[in-house]
Design a protein around this ligand. Sequence first.
Ligand SMILES: C[S@@+](CC[C@H](N)C(=O)[O-])C[C@H]1O[C@@H](n2cnc3c(N)ncnc32)[C@H](O)[C@@H]1O
Length: 198
Amino acid sequence: MYKKLYSESCEQNKQPILEVLQEVFDDRKTVLEIGSGSGQHAVYFANHLKHLTWQPSDLAEYLPSVNAWASEAELKNLNEPIELDVLHQPWEISMVDTIFTANSLHIMSWQMVEQFFKGVGDVLEASGKLLIYGPFSYAGVHTSPSNARFDQYLKQQNPLSGVRDFDDLERLAKQYGLIFSKDFDMPANNRCLLWEKS
Ligand SMILES: C[S@@+](CC[C@H](N)C(=O)[O-])C[C@H]1O[C@@H](n2cnc3c(N)ncnc32)[C@H](O)[C@@H]1O
């Protein structure tokens, strides 16, 4: 089924994120993207990072859109999207040296976030990198009034969703052998958080 989704936020954040990826992923080979959504990021990043193989993934319902964007783009370094629900453990995929996700942890329940880190811990190679883009709070404090409003909005949509706190993520990351490396300031009160596997 042809079902091309469009995300305005992807259009707005793709260039600032690309600039971080150009810095952080310059020595990488294969990126597993979790929660690819529409597929706009996958196409944009694969097109601008030709040294990488980009592997999109998401729940089954999003794969037609990722396929639609990908088939128009015709990029040799963009793999067909695979179905990956972070809850379905163990993740049945090959090991990768890089994992990326954007705007997904605040949609997932906390149980899903825990399973996300478990899966990352399993499939990320030694010296692998994990980069997470989105809004985050620090020590329970939102970085802006708009992020606090966004958190409330998310919880109204689904009480299990919500802006995640850096300290909670860092605790999980440590549990799965990841060492925090860098926090990038991004437009619109977002961050890019980078961990590396020991
Ligand atoms: C707000 S969208 C972000 C999509 C895209 N990364 C972007 O930046 O536009 C949240 C994404 O998280 C994905 N997601 C939610 N629960 C998930 C799960 N259990 N396993 C994998 N992905 C999940 C959704 O399917 C969706 O693609």
